[in-house]
Design a protein. Sequence first.
Length: 497
Amino acid sequence: MSAAESRRRWWPRSVRARTAMAVASTAAAVLAAIGWWLHHDVYHQSAQIAEDQAQAPLLALADQLRQGVTPSPRSSVPYEVVATGRSTPVASGGGMNAFPRGSRHVLPAPPASLRPIDDDDGGFGYASYELRVPERNDAARSFELGGRTYPVLSTDIWAGELTREQRAALGVSPDATMRVYVVVLPHTAEAITANIDLLLLRAALAGLLLITAVTYFTVRIALRPVEAIRTATASVTAGDPRERVTVPATGHEITALATTINTTLQRLDEAAAQQRRFVADAAHELRSPLTTLLTSLEVALAYPDRTDWPAAVDTAARQTRRLQHLAEDLLLLARLDAHAPAADSTSVDLVVLVHRLAEQGTPPDRPVTLTADTAAPAYVHGSPGDHERLLRNLVDNAVRHATSSVRISVRTYSNDVELSVHDDGPGIPGEDSERIFERFVRLDEARTRGCGGTGLGLPIARELAHRHHGSLSLVPSDLGACFKLRLPRVPTPKPKD
């Protein structure tokens, strides 16, 4: 089993569990960082308090030495007094002997900092020596004692402050400097920090469990509307597409999701209804020529001696052509609805197509004059076959309804090409200007069917215009109907060598 498969196997699939784990992981990282900071801060503060508490014993020991009194070995803190020129401590106590053998008197002695003066009269030290106040160092420094580093406070005392008898009792020379060291033990700080760490660990574990549980149930409650939406959406079927999900009144993201799903279902319902209407209309259109064809053939076969066979064959051929045109239109609409890409997209000159249609003229049964009003070449991008089909549908529709003439004009602009097809027929009412672009719609059904129309020419023309990023609309006209096509213009292609 690969690592990815193992991870997918053990990683929870539920959004609730995943969210809870993600929140718990984030909370654990945050709590760990806070715990690390608190651990060091508590230890630092406890050590600082221990150092502050060691100041008082340090000053008390220094006062005893200034009075010539040897400090008692019993002390609340470990201490050691060293002096210049001595290899052994002046005094020590407070547990200094608890350090391993060889650790005592490892603290450095101060350097000699006083120069002796003539002392023949044996007078008091202040009269016999030059008085200098030694440097006091109450700040903690670190020294290694018994294999471990401890913070140590120190202060210096000048032996010249003492009398000869006091110096003799302490065993220091007149020019010596005595230094008092107080070792700050970290045991209290470590104990406090350990207790705080244990409390933090317990609080962190309880907090993680609480955060995980709260997150899990909060997400579970928040996803209840989503589950309701999923259940309602699953119940939508083709037989009952009008089912809609309940929109919560909370106004949050779930409301937007429910609204979007309802909008999508509405569009699907409308598309399904349109598809059903399209199939019904197509079946109706196919049934009419098939019925005519079948009736004609059955009558001819039933009465072969009395049948006008040329007329029967002409009727069959006419209905067959109608079926062929209808099948071609339906296949083209299916291709357009599927948004299938055009295979032969290139630059097309609409002027050339217009003149070609004008030269072909109109059907013999429609004596209509077809004129072209064009100027410079008008190139657009797309499939030549699609553009020719678009123009032919517009021209056929105009010829079918024209009284005597149809005019095609082409105008070029900076970014667009405008093509208009204008007939002198009865025109189209304004309220039907958009309805005529619906499939299988006929405003004059009897006359249109007699002329072979299927009600798909204008819808196909508009679909082709949209497919090529253009537009097709019916514009107001004083006489007849005027359809205006606008397509993006492309530069004139360079001639090939």
